[in-house]
Design a protein around this ligand. Structure first.
Ligand code: PGA
Length: 255
């Protein structure tokens, strides 16, 4: 069975002290309340929190992720952070292509393909995010949009590399809006994505790759979404900023 991932994407929120408190609370709750942890719990704080939080979560099952990186290991790229630097900090996962970066930072599939490769060559795991906008869904283009994002940003990888990768399906219209995709909508798209992986890489890779759902996942809708066969965890924004709601989502993972 695929091990689920419950990932908290803090985005550009929380000052240092707030971030440290949140990470400590989550670590404590996971240790105290979850005896049979059936998921990887990963926090994606802002860059400046990473080193401090790494120390705080040591000795627990909570892991560290980064929200973005550059596609080069070093060089004259003012303001950027490289995957090599993230590796040194003890980061395990890196978000690549979150819809907010596609929208506000104009990251296209070609740039994202380079980032995915750079993350992997530093022995980190990309969480490659895809998803359609409301307009694209209303025009019935949701399948082709997600397929294109996979083809151009991810499917250049070798089978050995794709196995180290996680896909996150995040319909843009569900992110931060309080509107969650229905279980049927999410299940349908996850199934479609897994079929595309199977066509390209074969059954074994398709069976192993983890596909997360993101977009207004909350404690009260998590269990239903996470009970779908093809949904292997969640990428959680708003509800990850409060320890109780985030840990309750971790608890919603089926055992
Ligand atoms: P949300 O964000 O849970 O606040 O909708 C999810 C995400 O952007 O990863």
């Amino acid at each position: 069975m695929r091990k689920h991932i419950i990932a908290g994407n803090w985005k550009m929120n929380l000052n240092l002290n707030e971030g440290y408190s949140l990470a400590s609370e989550i670590k404590g709750m996971v240790i105290d309340e979850i005896t049979n942890l059936n998921a990887e719990v990963v926090l994606f704080p802002p860059f400046i929190h990473l080193a401090g939080i790494k120390k705080l979560i040591e000795g627990s099952a909570v892991m560290l992720g980064a929200q973005n990186c550059h596609y080069k290991d070093s060089g004259a790229f003012t303001g950027e952070i490289s995957p090599k630097m993230l590796k040194e900090l003890g980061v395990k996962y890196v978000l690549v292509g979150h819809s907010e970066r596609r929208q506000y930072n104009f990251e296209n599939n070609q740039i994202l393909a380079m980032k995915v490769s750079a993350v992997l060559s530093n022995n980190l795991h990309p969480v490659y995010c895809i998803g359609e906008t409301l307009n694209e869904r209303e025009n019935k283009n949701e399948f082709i949009v997600n397929q294109t994002q996979l083809n151009e940003g991810l499917f250049h990888l070798l089978p050995s590399q794709i196995k180290e990768t996680v896909i996150a399906y995040e319909p843009v219209w569900a992110i931060g809006t309080g509107i969650t995709a229905s279980v049927a909508q999410a299940a349908e798209m996850h199934n479609f994505i897994r079929k595309l992986v199977e066509e390209k890489y074969g059954t074994q890779v398709a069976d192993e790759i983890r596909i997360l759902y993101g977009g207004s996942m909350k404690p009260d809708n998590a269990a239903q979404l996470l009970s779908c066969n093809d949904i292997d965890g969640g990428l959680i924004g708003g509800a990850s900023l409060e320890s109780r709601s985030f840990v309750n989502i971790v608890k919603a993972v089926k055992s």
